[in-house]
Design a protein around this ligand. Sequence first.
Ligand SMILES: [Mg+2]
Length: 423
Amino acid sequence: MSLALIDCNNFYASCEQLFNPALRGSPLVVLSNNDGCVVARSAEAKQLGIAMAAPWHTLKELATRHKVIALSSNYALYGDMSERVMRVLSTFSPVQEVYSIDECFLDLTGAKPSPRACGLKIRHTIYRLLGLPVCVGIASTKTLAKLANHYAKKREAFQGVCDLAELSLGEVDRLLGETPVGEIWGVGTRLAERLSSSGMRNVLELKRAAPTRIRTRFNVSLERTVRELNGERCLALQTSHVQRKQILCSRSFNQLIKVISPLEEAVAAYATRAAEKLRAQRLLTTCVVTFVRTNPFRTDLPQYEKSTSTCLAATNDTRLIAQAALQGLRDIFREGFGYQKAGVILSHLVSDHQRQADLFEQSQNVERSDALMAAMDRINQSMGSGTVKLLAEGCDPRWAMRSQNRSPRYTTRLEEVAVATAG
Ligand SMILES: [Mg+2]
C-alpha cells in the first residue's frame, strides 16, 4: 500500500506571496486572530529563527531590524485556495482524506508508473495550476507518510517527493535515527521529553521499542504509533464520506464585551456561518449549542463560562438555527462580566436526505425554506459572503476581529481581485 501525504509549504505565507509577488524573497509572517501570534512563516522568516506561535509583540525589534512583514490572517483567501488545492488533488486518487486546511492523504497504491512519479506529477500540477509549492511524502502507513513528507521538505536530494518504499531498510533506519521523536505525528513536546528521558531520543529508538511495553508505560495511541513506524497499518484513511460530527463557529473578540447586544450580533453571525457550512455538506442539525466565556488569562477580572443546548427538528435553515442560538445566549448571559469569546456548535448532524418531517410542520414550509436558503447561498457565493444576511447580525459589527493588515480577499470578493497593470 502506498499512502501519500501532500502538504503545502508555508501555506498561508505562500498564498500571500502568490497574489503579491513583491512579498517573495522577504521574511513574511502571518498573525493569528486579533494579530496575536505567528501562525505562518515564509522560508525567509524561518531562517531568522522566528518560532511558530511566537507572540508578535516579542518580535518587534527583530522585525524592524530585518524588515519582517506581518500580515493579518486572511481566512477567506486561505480557505478558498485550500478548496482548489484539494479539488485538484482529488483527481489523482479516488481515496482522499482532507486532513487539514493544507494537508491531505491520498491512496496512491498501484499508481503508474510509480507512486513517486505520481508524487512528482502532483507537485508539478499544483504549482502549474495554482502557483503553490507542495511536498509529497509516501509510505505504507500514515505515520510513516507524515515522516516521509518531513524528509521531502527538509532534504533537497528528494526534490520534494520522498517515497520511503524506494529506499532500502538500512537507508530508512538511518533517516529515522537522525530524526528526533518530536517530529513524529502525534508526539508533542511533553511526550517527546518523556520519551527522551526513557532513552528514546530519535524515531529509530522508538520504532525498535516493544509495542506492548509502550502501551503499559505510555498509552495505546503511542503503541499504534510504534506499530505504524514498523509498517503495520493501524490508522485508516478517513475519507470525506465519513460525516463530520459537529460544526463549530467561534471567535475571540478584539475587546471584552460587557453588554448583550454585540454578543447577539456575533452569535447570529456565527450561527449563519455554521448553517452555511452545514448546507454545503448537505447535512441537517438537531442540536444547537451556544457558549460564552470571559478571558481566562485576566485573573484580575471575575470569570464566567457557560454553554447551553437547544434541540430542534432536523433543519439547515439559518433563521431557525440563529433563533435557537440567540435564545441560548439570552439564557446564559449574565451581567457584570467582560466576555472575550462566544460561539455556536451544531451537533447531532444527519444527512439531509434523512430528514424526518416534524409532526407539526407542513412539508410546504420545508420546501420554501430550502428554496430561500439555496437562494441566499447562491447570492452570497457569487457576490461575496454577507451580501444577504439576517438583520440580527448587525450592520457595523464592532466586535469583529482585529485584522489591521489583511491582504485583499483576491479569490472570493469581486471588488478585491488582483489588478494587473502594464507599465
Ligand atoms: Mg503545510
